[in-house]
Design a binder for this molecule. Structure first.
Ligand code: MLT
Length: 324
């Protein structure tokens, strides 16, 4: 209760400051961008490339703070409770929409945030450690089904994109394997490279460099069409799991109550960043696609977040995942 009153007072004070001091001067100091997963993973990669590019137009440094754990909900709670002054921002993926069905949250993904805009759409990939080199996705599926007691599948915790993919995968193959949660798939990938993790369904932004370096094996992508960056890799749908599809999107938020002029400045900076040829190429090389300008807006993100919450709630309920 006291926290809520204090937050409302902070919002009023910040709104007053914004009109009095002129939010057009924003930003005058370093901005912190909270990433709710460990460094080195997909969300971290998407956020770092974006932060570098937005820094150019905002003429201020944006530093990343990784607050991993509990499928992104620890970082989200931190962001929701931050001062709404434009100096703390937040990047999250599809997990922001699935969290309400999976956790008892201390925040509301809609009412505790100001949406700024969607950043990218992305694919996930089914991969294995190198010494489990299967001929193709069919052999991968066969191995999982016949070795379910010994296979381990790493993810970034309940509600992370990799965990959602694991749930869809287990349902599709009608087989449950041992799921190992990490604070992000950055550290999970380190263990896969070290040989202790068997398989993962992780975003191409994390897996592509290791696939291209020949350090892990890839079998299928989760989008309905192949990736330009990995054209030889079939879709899961064409390679053995008909109808299987999952897309991971990331978006940018600020804490609720961040003044409107600041949100407008940030939306403009986001849109400029997403038009930047270097950013677009770096995302595309990793199998991620910067969204068109009309999706990089508060209205588009607000509507998308709501529709994703409505879409995933029943799917998760049906999967019978216990609420954490
Ligand atoms: C996920 O599975 O949600 C992501 O891979 C998490 C991360 O960015 O590390």
């Amino acid at each position: 209760m006291f926290q809520k009153i204090a937050k409302s007072l902070a919002c009023i004070l910040v709104a007053f400051w914004a009109s009095a001091a002129g939010a057009q001067q924003y930003p005058t100091k370093v901005i912190t961008l909270i990433v709710p997963f460990a460094a080195g993973g997909p969300s971290d990669t998407i956020a770092r490339i974006l932060a570098q590019t937005m820094s150019n137009s905002l003429k201020q440094q944006i530093i990343i703070e990784n607050v991993g754990g509990a499928g992104g909900t620890i970082g989200a709670a931190r962001a929701a409770k931050s001062d709404p002054d434009g100096y703390t921002l937040f990047v999250h993926h599809i997990g922001h929409a699935t969290a309400p069905a999976l956790y008892k949250l201390s925040y509301d993904p809609i009412t505790d945030f100001e949406p700024i805009g969607i950043i990218n759409d992305g694919a996930s990939t089914f991969v294995s450690r190198n010494d489990l080199a299967f001929k193709d996705f069919k052999e991968f599926l066969e191995y999982v089904k016949t070795n379910k007691d010994k296979v381990n599948m790493a993810n970034a915790g309940v509600g992370s994109a990799s965990h959602l993919c694991d749930l869809l995968f287990q349902e599709a193959v009608q087989t449950k394997v041992t799921l190992i949660p990490y604070k992000g798939t950055g550290p999970a990938m380190n263990d896969m490279l070290g040989g202790t993790v068997d398989i993962m369904c992780d975003q191409s932004t994390n897996t592509t460099p290791h696939i291209k370096a020949g350090k892990i094996k890839v079998y299928a992508v989760t989008l309905p069409k192949r990736l330009g960056s990995l054209p030889e890799v079939p879709t899961a749908d064409e390679a053995g799991l008909p109808g299987f599809s999952m897309s991971v999107w990331h978006a940018l938020y600020a804490p609720k109550g961040t003044p409107k002029p600041i949100i407008e400045t940030l939306t403009k900076a986001l849109q400029e960043a997403l038009k930047d040829a270097n950013l677009m190429q770096r995302y595309a090389d990793l199998g991620a696609e910067a969204v068109p300008q009309e999706r990089a807006t508060p209205a588009a993100l607000g509507a998308h977040l709501k529709s994703e919450i409505d879409r995933w709630g029943p799917i998760i309920k049906k999967a019978g995942v216990p609420v954490n």
